[in-house]
Design a protein around this ligand. Structure first.
Ligand SMILES: [Zn+2]
Ligand SMILES: [Zn+2]
Length: 242
């Protein structure tokens, strides 16, 4: 049962059509944002985590968009208190004496950088994707149908590629070779297609260009960015729009 619970999201993500790890990251992001507000705000272990790490700007925007103003305010109340406690000695020293001015600048610089470096949602996404990549390798090693499904798909984005290649080192030689061949073919194809589609999109802006009717220009820009940096844009089908 536990095995199925772990493998099901990876198998589902593979059937989505885009980079499966971007799909998984999206799912984890939604679940994590929802978890940190609502009831979890009052759970001491969650509060210890949110107090210690905080969130990046993109995820603060998503937390605000949940419209749980009370829960969000409570969470930020103790986060702010934690940061103030961490920074206060360095802030006092900075204003206190000129003798160690340079050292005091560096101390506060370090503290402030530390206070703004982490995001609990980003960390949760990357940790879980890393775990899903290990499950991916297990499935790839043991399940012929999974290998075929992956081989038929579009592969992965460039953002997820480095960690996937690192995890692939753990595969036995035959599975590693098969994954390497699949990835090489998929990456060649996805880079070439993205380039052709973007070329067509750029040409379509020229006066009188016939590329305006080329269906491949739809979402070409979004797909190119998603391939280069991981899923950044949803790709609603604009081909039906007037
Ligand atoms: Zn990806
Ligand atoms: Zn974040």
């Amino acid at each position: 049962m536990k095995d199925h619970l772990e493998t099901a999201p990876v198998i589902d993500a593979l059937h989505h059509g885009d980079c499966p790890f971007c799909q998984l990251r999206d799912m984890i992001e939604r679940q994590t944002i929802e978890r940190y507000l609502g009831g979890a705000v009052m759970e001491p272990d969650i509060r210890i985590k949110t107090n210690a790490a905080g969130f990046c700007r993109a995820h603060h925007r998503q937390l605000m968009a949940q419209k749980d103003y009370h829960g969000y305010a409570l969470m930020m109340q103790t986060r702010l208190k934690t940061v103030s406690t961490q920074l206060s000695p360095a802030i006092r020293s900075l204003g206190g004496g000129s003798l160690f001015e340079k050292k005091n600048l560096a101390a506060l610089q370090h503290r402030a950088a530390e206070a703004t470096a982490r995001c609990l949602v980003c960390e949760s996404m990357e940790n879980t994707v890393s775990r899903y990549m290990e499950i991916f390798m297990k499935l790839y090693r043991e399940d012929a149908a999974f290998r075929e499904d992956f081989s038929r798909g579009a592969g992965v984005c460039l953002y997820d590629l480095p960690l996937l290649l690192e995890k692939a080192q753990s595969l036995p030689p035959a599975a590693r070779k098969s994954l390497s061949e699949a990835l090489s073919r998929q990456l060649n194809a996805s880079l070439r297609t993205a380039q052709e589609d973007l070329d067509a999109l750029c040409s379509s802006f020229h006066y009188g260009s016939e590329q305006k009717n080329n269906p491949r220009i739809h979402e070409a820009l979004e797909r190119a960015v998603n391939l280069l940096r991981g899923k950044t844009f949803d790709c609603p089908d604009k081909s039906n729009e007037q």
